[in-house]
Write a protein that binds this ligand. Sequence first.
Ligand code: PNW
Length: 488
Amino acid sequence: VAAGCYAKDLDFPAGFKFGAATASYQVEGAWNVSDKGVNIWDKFVHDNPSVIKDLSNGDVACDSYHNWERDIEMAAELGLDYYRLSLSWARILPTGLPNKISEDGVKYYNNLIDGLVAKGIDCMVTIYHWDLPLPLQELGGWTNPLIADWFEDYARVVYTLFGDRVKLWLTINEPIVVCDATYNSGVTAPGYLSPDLGAYICNKHVLLAHAKAWRLYDKEFRSKFNGRVSLANHLLWIEAASDKYEDLAELARQNAVGRYSHPIFSKEGGWPPGIEEAIAKACIEKGYPKSNFPSFTLEEIELVRGTYDYYGMNHYTSRLIRDALPGENLTVWPFGDCPDLHGKMETAENWSESVVYWFYLNPEGIRKQMAWLKQQYGDLEIMITENGMPTYAGLNDTTRIDFYKSYLEQVLLSIKEDGVNVTHYTAWTLMDNFEWGDGYTTKFGLYEVDFEDPKRTRTPRESAYYYASIIKNHSLDVPANYTDITLS
Ligand code: PNW
């Protein structure tokens, strides 16, 4: 990939689709209405308010549970081809299991999905975006092998309920956060630390859960509904800090991306090359009698291999990696370094900072990431399931406009120069929402939300006009008067 390359032809291919995303816990609120069950984020923030920067929580959030008509209106006026939303497991199944299905929970999603479909907007639905029902967590959550069956049973319920109208499914959002970030850092729900063990066990179980849900769709629903299913992986692009670290960088990519992709998307299946050996070595060094990293049986390898209809990619930022110096302090993945590989993460001088500590802007990273996916897993269809940038409050978000322009330009280069089959682009996010540990302090929204206002009024930012114009023109070549589009 040539550095500093700029696209000449700014039109998107015919059929390329644009969307925007949200997630249940981040927008819905209504945490205890009707018979909704408690989930791990409800409990995590109520028990530990200080883990969230502004001591806030998602109890009300954007109150999308009550404002769903406004959410549809925003999706429609932006001209979105599709809206990516997630389902709250405990809102649909209060106990986590299908012994009881909440009528009100189902009604909320039916209203939303029907309203979108009526406006000609497709639905991309994430089945799990981090809000596990509490009763399942109390039995170990993603470290209990039964989670694969619990997830499959939940998936059956939602395919049955919504599959007639939902044609794009994502089983699990960012398993690397569900596993690595959660068990290594304790800063995401359930806030339970289990370094060197929890993340590894979880890694295997999310793959089995995804695979069972994909196979269920393939066997029982595909012929009837003709939809497509994948998962959304979080891909941090990692490059060598200098030539001598090329091997380390490749191993770090296999650790960050491969552990959640290779078993599903590679031809041979199973764990990515070098990873079992590297983690075994790290475990022995840390004094464990043997590797804590689980192996796959041949049957499990076959169960997981090939369980995709496209590649779902969330991408935000990049890092450089080098060998750690002796005694150097290493923080944990995915927000920190790569201790299992003795790797220290850095950022390049020319990557500008955002208002969030982990986020540095490197537009070329998204193109290099997709080229790497193609080289590793062949000519897959890639859907960008999240991409966006944080700012502080304010409607004149020029930096966000520059972000979308520069990242989308690299997407065009991927398509036109690298021959990558990327077909969908999803902006994170439709509106400001509960940004996990950052609470409401940082804003990713195309629409600003007034969290002081009981009505949670939404107002379009300048970037909303810009994005609407890209969609309308099907091109990055937008007219100078793009704010003339009417948004409410
Ligand atoms: C994603 N990292 O999380 C999530 O899917 C969204 O729910 C979230 O609001 C959004 O990005 C913005 O933060 C991330 O390791 C997970 O760099 C991990 C990272 C970044 C974002």
